[in-house]
Design a protein around this ligand. Sequence first.
Ligand code: C2E
Ligand code: MG
Ligand code: MG
Ligand code: MG
Length: 290
Amino acid sequence: SAQLQQLLEQAATGGSAPHAAEARCYDAAELAHAIEAGELVNHYQPKVDFASTLVTGVETLVRWQHPQDGLVYPDRFIALAEEADLIDALMCKVLHTALRDVRQWASRGHGLQVAINVSMDNLQRLDFPDFVERAALDSGVPLSSLVLEVTESHLMKNRQAALDILTRLRLKRIHLSIDDFGTGHSSLVQLRDIPFNELKIDRSFVHGAWRDASLSTILNASLEMARKLGMKAVAEGIEDRADWDYLRQAGCDVAQGWFIARAMPAEQLPAWLQDWERRRAELITPVTDG
Ligand code: C2E
Ligand code: MG
Ligand code: MG
Ligand code: MG
């Protein structure tokens, strides 16, 4: 039946896109217009240090505030942006907005690191490191407050150029993070060649790992690898208290996920930070042995 079909599709997409069946595709011209017209908005999801429960920073997650369709999530337009050569224009907007928001929070007493997602396709232009540096300098945000979360795109034009650019970004003291580690999209294990600072373990290995032997095996191996390579380990997809307790116990450094907060508009962050001050006390429990 149609209903069964919809349930199957929902299951296949992890239940995250309940209207997947009727969701329409966008074309390059629409997306180009949206970028130009300022329809892209930045949402921010907090990152929290497991040991201290202090907020270390936020990750920028772009959304398309579509005039007819409402809030459209990046899974429906990032691949298009890559294919249509719009990914640089998109990154440029996202970066400038994020830097402006970081400045705004800082002026209210909240010093935060900000992470930007970049596609490997953004790492094809030799002037990318200078572009990022200039944008940060112009907005008065120190380069050490910037994290670039790198996701491999399915296209992946020139790998060597990307590796050179990553090295140059690192020399500018910009922090580099490997996103979606463990998934097919991240064979970024040229780890030996690039000094990545952070390893983000994909949420498919995080949520529910405490009760799944194979997930927890992959998870613990990833954590050990991060430790041995001197990288900070970040777990995405901490959805509940059990995930939090398990990852904390396993020695993961930083937590991110719905248990802490969903991504939110910039103006909601100060109130959330205040609320977190009340919530975090109950999470500070000693790690037990065993
Ligand atoms: P990502 O960088 O791996 O971001 C994590 C995704 O998981 C986000 O989805 C976030 O909203 C979602 N998430 C966070 N916590 C939880 C949780 O506890 N449970 C579950 N089920 N999901 C959680 P979102 O915002 O839809 O973004 C999807 C992907 O789109 C991102 O994955 C990133 O690769 C890409 N993306 C987002 N913004 C940008 C951007 O500005 N530029 C580029 N190139 N890619 C972006
Ligand atoms: Mg990310
Ligand atoms: Mg990720
Ligand atoms: Mg992911």
